[in-house]
Design a protein around this ligand. Structure first.
Ligand code: GUN
Length: 291
């Protein structure tokens, strides 16, 4: 049976370390780390993610600046808001929750965020540096960073290993593959146009699943002993729950946990770590201002 990686426990211990550093920064230098979170519209899952981020800030003593904009806000007004936050010395990180409404060009908005405050690591220049050998971005995207942190804290080495990333989104799949490459893995990305993904996944020592397909990855797809990191958070109907739904990953946990060496659960795996990496990036951003 696989070792189940307890993302919640790892996240909690890192959060305790961050809270200590935040307190020292505040007491010694009078600098309270600040994170601005911009959300456009009322998309339910986005609101729930943003709620978690703001709550986590409050718990750790990080000041959160809340900017809730209406669905109809113009691209120009949103960019104006970003420019103001770029100039605000109390704000060390700026996060624009994605996806944005269709009338707004996401890349244009992300490009306007100051590189020094790009705590999501989505600015094209930060992603570009992630892709280049010998260059390091100022911030690593939070979910890929969370995946690698869970691997390293579980004692899974990456160098020289075969890694397969399932999915190629700008937020997770693509940056996760670049980060694994930087860590000297041999990386393959499988996506919706890959034929027979299972035969490629079966070769992998490390699998990062970020396809957004509930329980797609089966036990027979996994090499015995592999490390499997499940980024999927898919809501599926469950009439036994009060909410009427439950969250499942991209991995069939019951099957895969019998074959893999390590596995992350959903919920309680990557999710709590992603928010923690955002808090860490915000702290690091604030520290840069006093160094
Ligand atoms: N939407 C889904 N995941 C993320 C994330 O990590 N950051 C932002 N800004 N939007 C998201």
């Amino acid at each position: 049976m696989a070792t189940v990686i307890d993302g919640k426990a790892v996240a909690q211990s890192i959060r305790t370390e961050i809270a200590t550093e935040v307190r020292i920064l505040s007491e010694k230098y009078g600098k309270v780390p600040g994170l601005a979170v911009i959300i456009v519209g009322n998309k339910k899952d986005s609101q729930s993610y943003v709620g978690m981020k703001r709550k986590a800030c409050a718990e750790l003593g990080i000041k959160s600046f809340d900017h809730d904009l209406p669905e109809q806000v113009s691209e120009a007004d949103l960019i104006k808001e970003v420019h103001q936050l770029n100039l605000n010395p109390d704000v060390h990180g700026i996060l624009v929750q994605l996806p944005l409404p269709k009338h707004i060009n996401e890349e244009k908005v992300l490009t306007e965020i100051s590189l020094e405050k790009d705590v999501d690591g989505f600015h094209p220049l930060n992603i570009g540096k992630l892709a280049m050998k010998g260059r390091d971005p100022l911030f690593l995207p939070c979910t890929p960073k969370a995946c690698l942190e869970l691997l390293s804290r579980s004692g899974v080495s990456i160098k020289g290993k075969k890694a397969v990333v399932v999915g190629r989104s700008n937020i997770v799949g693509l940056p996760a593959s670049l980060l694994l490459l930087k860590a000297d893995a041999t990386v393959t990305i499988v996506h919706s146009h890959t034929s027979q993904p299972e035969s490629i996944i079966r070769e992998a020592d490390i699998v990062i699943a970020a396809a957004g397909q509930p329980m797609m990855i089966k036990g027979s797809w996994i090499k015995p002993g592999a490390a499997v990191i499940d980024v999927g958070t898919n809501a599926v109907d469950d009439p036994t729950k009060k909410s009427g739904y439950k969250l499942v990953g991209d991995v069939d946990f019951e099957e895969v946990s019998k074959v893999a060496g390590w596995i992350t659960p959903v919920p309680g795996g990557v999710g709590p770590m992603t928010v923690t990496m955002l808090l860490k990036n915000t702290l690091d951003g604030a520290k840069r201002y006093i160094e």
